[in-house]
Design a protein around this ligand. Sequence first.
Ligand SMILES: [Zn+2]
Length: 226
Amino acid sequence: MASAVQTIHLRMPFNLGAVNCFLIKGKNGFVLIDTGTSNNQGKVEKALSDAGCHPGGLKLILLTHGDFDHAGNAAYLRKVYQTSIAMHAADSGMVEWGNMFASRKKANGFIGFLATLIFGFGRAKRFKPDLLVDEDFDLYAYGVEAQIIHIPGHSGGSIGILNPEGELICGDLFENVKTPALHSIIDDLKKANASIEKLMEYKIKNVLPGHGDAFKWEEFINTWER
Ligand SMILES: [Zn+2]
């Protein structure tokens, strides 16, 4: 079956690899999952436009978590498309204050370095989300058949989005840069493991990570060792 989810691949600056955003076409508009780094503003707009998503047609921007490489264009796109930004409450401090450790136990030097020195999740890119969401949030009201699953581990407010086709947009709980794996930056391993256990209760076919290519859930979970 053709996927209802379109992946938008974006190159990050400074050879930092790539990041994905996802555009879901709904009944009467689109929902954008994540927004990429701010060097990609034009690319995201073009991808949206090519898909037929214009101002008025983007019903919601939903963030898997608050890191700058996922939230970097959210404030800009909200303005251009006159839409709302939704995310989990636990990560809102990351985007409101540019504090990448708002929902984390450990101050990870690498993320901190990138966020503050290189990208400068600067004031212009910071924002207050319009909607704080959790598993009871109804995406169907935005024309999209999918559910939110709270999957902390990479950050406290990380969420996944699962559609009826069994495609899971997992944010940065997993990555597939070389091979499918837990993301290299896990703030709370216990929570990450609990999130994986939780995901095993759902019908998942393919995982669409924030970094790297989609992978088959079954192949990953069969070889997963905690
Ligand atoms: Zn992240």
